[in-house]
Structure formats: structure tokens, C-alpha cells
Design a protein around this ligand. Structure first.
Ligand code: C5P
Length: 221
């Protein structure tokens, strides 16, 4: 039996930072499911596929292999689309704006969920996303829902993006995150919400180390 830890929550709540470190400490595989939706979005933009043409989007998805790997030098996680390193490309403002359109397509979600379950069947995982505790791994042993105020999430995202060289307008970023949250919570299929058995952690006033500490405490109990 593999052990599954799920971390869901809205954009910028710190899911990936928390999940990465948590996975390292537990010795589990970290799976960033948002990166999977982002990779498909990036490919669709690159291949100029019409976002309303579901058949073509699915055809594209079945033609790409999305893989995670470790950068040997830095130890950071890399995302590959077939053999291309798309780690930075999938974080562009254009992908941010369009990913929720792709993620709202039921047929896309069905395929992603199968791929995600397959990984979790073969590895102990920390998996982060929007529907991991509710849909992907409903029987996971440990479920967490990470949240924070919109302002705090936008500030954190701004810091991340600025470190990557993007110029950020905080007001615009707040609107963008809010729009994405609304699309994610209001969509028909697998909307963002905490699983009924998830532990909810609000990280507005606590730091990364404290969030990780409290998650590890729950897991040890
Ligand atoms: O986590 P991240 O912000 O990278 O996710 C990007 C987008 O992918 C989300 O805004 C959401 O639309 C979609 N997503 C999803 N289900 C997941 C993970 C991400 O719908 N499990």
C-alpha cells in the first residue's frame, strides 16, 4: 500500500513550496498536478490549437508525455513535455491566463486523473492540486487544504515571478489570481473545494516552516 498525501488549495497558497519540502523530508515523490494542466496549455498555445476545439485538445494531450525529473545540479524539479524542458515556459503570464479554460474541460480532466492515479499507485506521493483529495485520491491517508488571504497569495506569487525576472503589477496580479480562483471554484467538473475529511490550514499569518511543521505533526500522530 502506497502512502498518499494530498495538498489542495487556491493559487498562490504555497502548495508547491510546501509539497516540495514535505516530499523531500518524507522521501516521497512530489507530483505537481497544476504543472500537468499548464504543460497542456503551453502546448496548445504553441501548436495554435483552438481552445474550444475539444477533440484537438484531447488529441494533443494524448500525443504528449508529461514527465517530472530532478535537475542533478540544483536538485530542483523539472517538468518535461516529451523531451522539452518546459519548467519555466509553463509559468508564463499567458499560460496563467489560459490554464483554467483547459482545466474546465471534462475530457481533459479524465485523462489527467488517470495519469495522476497511476503515479500514486506506484509511489508514495505528495500530490498537490485542486481536486486531489476530492477526486483523484479520495482514499488518501493524509489530506490537507492550504489557503491564505488573496492579498497574501498575490504578494507571494509576485515575489516568485519577480525572482524569475517578470515585472509585476500587484493590482493586476490580484485580479488575475481572483479570476483564476473563481473559474476553478465555479467550474462544473471537479471544482476547487476542501475534501470533507481534509485538514484546513490557513497560512496567511504563518510561514512556510510552520505550515510544514504542522503537516508533519498531523502525519506523525
Ligand atoms: O497549481 P497551479 O496554479 O499551477 O494550477 C494551474 C491551474 O491548473 C489551476 O488554476 C487550475 O485551473 C488547474 N488545476 C486543476 N486541477 C488540479 C491542478 C491544477 O484544475 N489538480
Amino acid at each position: 500500500e502506497k502512502i498518499q498525501v494530498t495538498i489542495d488549495g487556491p493559487a498562490g497558497a504555497g502548495k508547491s513550496s510546501v509539497s516540495k519540502i514535505l516530499a523531500q523530508r518524507l522521501g516521497y515523490v512530489y507530483i505537481d498536478t497544476g504543472a500537468m494542466y499548464r504543460t497542456l496549455t503551453y502546448s496548445a498555445i504553441k501548436e495554435k490549437v483552438d481552445f474550444s476545439d475539444i477533440d484537438s485538445i484531447i488529441k494533443l494531450l494524448t500525443s504528449i508525455e508529461i514527465n517530472f525529473g530532478l535537475d542533478q545540479e540544483t536538485g530542483t524539479q523539472k517538468v518535461f513535455c516529451n523531451d522539452q524542458d518546459v519548467t519555466d515556459l509553463i509559468r508564463s503570464p499567458e499560460v496563467n491566463q489560459k490554464v483554467s479554460i483547459i482545466a474546465a474541460i471534462l475530457e481533459v480532466r479524465n485523462i489527467m486523473v488517470l495519469r495522476q492515479r497511476e503515479i500514486a499507485q506506484n509511489n508514495n506521493v505528495v500530490m498537490d492540486g485542486r481536486d486531489i483529495g476530492t477526486v483523484v485520491l479520495p482514499n488518501a491517508k493524509y489530506k490537507f487544504y492550504l489557503t491564505a488571504s488573496l492579498e497574501e497569495r498575490a504578494k507571494r506569487r509576485a515575489k516568485e515571478l519577480e525572482a524569475k525576472g517578470y515585472k509585476i503589477d500587484l493590482e493586476k496580479l490580484i485580479v488575475e489570481i481572483k479570476t483564476r480562483d473563481n473559474m476553478d471554484t465555479q467550474r462544473e467538473y471537479s471544482p476547487l473545494k476542501p475534501a470533507s475529511d481534509a485538514i484546513i490550514i490557513d497560512s496567511s499569518k504563518i510561514n512556510l516552516e510552520q505550515v510544514i511543521g504542522s503537516i508533519i505533526n498531523y502525519i506523525k500522530e
